[in-house]
Write a protein that binds this ligand. Structure first.
Ligand SMILES: *[C@@H]1O[C@H](CO)[C@@H](O)[C@H](O)[C@H]1NC(C)=O
Ligand SMILES: *[C@@H]1O[C@H](CO)[C@@H](O)[C@H](O)[C@H]1NC(C)=O
Ligand SMILES: *[C@@H]1O[C@H](CO)[C@@H](O)[C@H](O)[C@H]1NC(C)=O
Ligand SMILES: *[C@@H]1O[C@H](CO)[C@@H](O)[C@H](O)[C@H]1NC(C)=O
Length: 383
């Protein structure tokens, strides 16, 4: 019965889509290449986005870049997230079109290498042909090897690599609303899918505590004018409040999108991914039309269990990812948890993270703080 309903839904949606895009389909010359797929992984710092980025980045059909907007933010460290929002959006749009001249505005003049890009070695596409001939296409790549062997490639290779893949995937932590992305979602020259990755704010907070200095410039830009006014002890909570609010805003805004555009949004909770990496990866790949190849299945298996060369993507050392995702429950003092739950309560309710009301509850790992109710319409379609 549910299957029937699901199929019916799909038919209606397909019909709608066909109707909407009919004029374009018929006007396409038949020899034209299939339209590239553009994927934006929308997330925040310390939310497992490096791992999700890797899941896409290691796929042989994907050209991946990690946090290209880092270049924008680091060029204007005194600015604010709001002021830089449009520049970030235009950068992302240009990269989706494989137009890498856009980086001229944010890099030193003169000749540059592909290694001028932030975290370039996390992109398998920049480590294999046509960008670099060291590792054969389709092989899982170690970042360390790529960094040594491919760092002399000229910057022009980035554009070449981008153009030779069917999927362009960008991971960004520097978007704070969906509104600035509407024009990209509606842009007929793009084919944009959004993967929205969220994580329990208590786990994010706990993880950020160990990286405060690394994240200092970013935190300043996130807080904007509030930076001056707030007490130093409150900064971490204020940053989290802004991050929580932005996730809430993005999630709520998708529900107001036209149905056809809602199909282009996928919510992924890091905790669900960690509990069932194979199925959740399958779900993300299905969403953007990628095949879950056997070598990638093994790789996902390996790194989520802290084995194999990809283990650092999860920052887990030898411990397993599931355990690490719960670390805040014994490392974070209860008074911090309380304060954090206060500033993030709306986002937590919305995204299915239960609050704990005592230290006993916090430390009791038999008590699951993850809601299993469906959070989004698309979740009803499964099973
Ligand atoms: C993954 O999905 C399959 C088929 O949909 C299901 O049988 C299996 O139980 C799921 N695995 C987990 C760990 O939930
Ligand atoms: C997975 O781990 C095994 C054992 O450590 C290793 O032999 C294999 O190469 C790894 N595979 C991938 C794709 O990472
Ligand atoms: C999880 O991590 C905690 C703290 O590091 C440790 O005490 C516990 O034994 C770990 N549990 C598992 C199942 O690895
Ligand atoms: C821990 O939580 C479980 C599940 O809610 C509950 O049954 C158990 O009594 C709790 N244990 C303690 C020590 O509070």
């Amino acid at each position: 019965m549910r299957l029937l309903l699901f199929l019916l839904c799909q038919m209606v949606i397909s019909a709608l889509f066909f109707h909407l895009y009919n004029y374009k389909l018929t006007s396409l010359p038949s020899e034209e290449k299939p339209k590239p797929v553009h994927v934006l992984i929308l997330s925040s710092w310390r939310s497992g986005s490096s791992f999700v980025g890797q899941v896409f980045g290691q796929h042989p059909n994907v050209f991946y870049l990690m946090e290209p907007a880092w270049h924008v933010w680091m060029s204007f460290p005194e600015s604010t997230a709001v002021k830089l929002g449009m520049a970030v959006r235009d950068l992302v749009r240009s990269i989706f079109h494989c137009d890498m001249d856009v980086f001229d505005a944010y890099m030193q003049p003169g000749p540059r290498k592909q290694s001028s890009l932030f975290q370039w070695e996390t992109s398998r596409a920049l480590c294999s042909p046509p960008a670099c001939n060291v590792v054969p296409q389709g092989r899982i790549i170690s970042h360390a090897h790529c960094k040594i062997l491919c760092n002399q490639q000229p910057f022009e290779m980035v554009e070449k690599a981008c153009q030779s893949h069917s999927h362009v995937v960008l991971k960004e932590v520097r978007f704070f609303s969906l509104k600035s992305l509407y024009p990209l979602l509606r842009d007929p020259s793009l084919n944009l899918y959004i993967v929205h990755l969220v994580r329990d704010p208590r786990a994010v907070f706990s993880s950020r505590e160990h990286t405060t200095s690394e994240l200092m410039i970013d935190s300043r830009i996130v807080l904007g004018e509030k930076w001056q006014r707030a007490q130093k002890e409150d900064w971490p909570y204020q940053v989290m409040q802004t991050i929580c609010k932005s996730h809430q805003e993005i999630f709520e805004a998708t529900k107001r999108l036209p149905k056809a555009l809602q199909q282009r949004y996928l919510l992924v909770r890091y905790e669900d991914l960690v509990r069932d990496p194979q199925n959740q990866t399958q779900r993300m790949y299905d969403f953007v039309g990628l095949k879950f190849l056997p070598q990638l299945q093994t790789w996902v298996q390996n790194i989520t269990q802290g084995k194999g060369m990809g283990k650092h993507a999860f920052h887990t050392g030898s411990r397993n990812a599931l355990n690490v995702s719960q670390a805040w429950r014994w490392t974070l003092p209860f008074h911090k948890v309380t304060q954090l739950q206060k500033v993030c309560s709306d986002a937590m309710d919305l995204l299915g993270y239960y609050q704990v009301s005592s230290e006993q509850e916090q430390r009791n790992l038999s008590l699951d703080v993850l809601s299993t109710r469906p959070l989004y319409q698309q979740d009803y379609h499964e099973g």
